[in-house]
Design a protein around this ligand. Structure first.
Ligand SMILES: [Zn+2]
Length: 305
């Protein structure tokens, strides 16, 4: 026998399900839960939806057709409105055409440190971002942990995917052909509109090796920009800037996922904010990230802003 409590339970289930469905990007971005937690939540709400349907069928069989209608409508009405309100707050879809971006890095924390705010902004404005990392950084920390942290950082940014390869840390220059093949493969898979990679003006031998490998692999590609790692030399000279005033917190949060590297001086919020303020001053914006251009073709009048 179904009591009023069942009705309330069904309503709560329906609200949870609909809210989760409509407001997924907003919640995923701001609540910053790991992907596995979201999968668990969605599974639970899916089970709840099935329970709702079962309740409605049971009520109907017992002749409580009004109750069945109430449960059915609760699937829509209870959850739609808060879901839609939350959805209005999602900044995605600001562009008319979704673009794909491939960011290539040498070590698990490189993308977050160098261009994490730009990647977060691209995601928030409706673009699709994929990451490719060449090594687990096992010489500079715990390889397995760093691989996991790379995925956490990518989740914090909202990247569609991240692939961490197992090429030898600090010796990437000796694996040029393997890196080229991996980047070519990623370019074929994602067909990116833009590729981001390390700069040639970088002290770290792995970073400059990845830069060269990207240029070789993307030799037929139109748009390649180079981001600024903490190890960039004084010759790093950006001419493209992205205003990241609203997205620096996302970058700092993503960098904080790399606990294995915590304590390194370039990992601190103060240092990252200072670099963003310096590049912002150059770009006449409060905070910015700078990029060197290998070549760049505008995205049909819709450049990243
Ligand atoms: Zn690195």
């Amino acid at each position: 026998m179904l009591s009023e409590a069942n009705y309330l339970l069904c309503g709560a289930h329906a609200m949870l399900l609909t809210c989760a469905f409509l407001a997924w990007p907003w919640m995923a971005r701001r609540l910053r839960l790991p992907r596995s937690t979201w999968v668990l939540l969605l599974t639970l709400t899916g089970v709840a939806a099935a329970a709702n349907i079962a309740c409605a069928l049971l009520l109907n069989r017992q002749g409580h057709w009004l109750g069945a209608v109430v449960v059915g409508l609760s699937c829509l009405a209870v959850g739609v409105w808060p879901g839609l309100v939350l959805r209005r707050m999602i900044p995605t879809g600001a562009v008319s055409a979704e673009r794909r971006v491939l960011a290539v890095g040498a070590h698990p924390d490189d993308l977050e440190l160098a261009c994490g705010a730009t990647l977060a902004k691209l995601v928030d404005t409706g673009h699709e971002v994929h990451g490719l990392v060449m090594s687990h950084g096992q010489r500079g920390g715990h390889g397995e942990v760093r691989g996991t942290e790379a995925r956490r950082g990518a989740d914090a940014i909202g990247m569609r995917s991240i692939e961490v390869l197992d090429l030898p840390d600090t010796q990437l220059a000796e694996t040029g052909d393997a890196m080229v093949r991996a980047i070519e493969d990623a370019v074929r898979r994602y067909n990116p509109d833009m590729i981001l990679t390390h700069s040639a003006n970088d002290h770290h031998q792995d970073h400059s090796a990845v830069h060269l490998a990207t240029l070789r692999a993307a030799r037929r590609h139109s748009s390649i920009l180079c981001y600024e790692s903490p190890s960039a030399t004084r010759n790093f000279d950006p001419s493209v800037f992205v205003d990241v005033t609203d997205h620096l917190p996302s970058k700092l949060h993503a960098v904080r996922q790399h606990r294995d590297q915590a304590g390194k001086p370039y990992m601190t919020g103060d240092r990252l904010t200072s670099v963003a303020a310096f590049r912002g001053a150059q770009a006449r914006r409060p905070l910015a990230e700078g990029f060197e251009v290998v070549r760049f073709v505008g995205l049909d009048g819709e450049e990243i802003r």
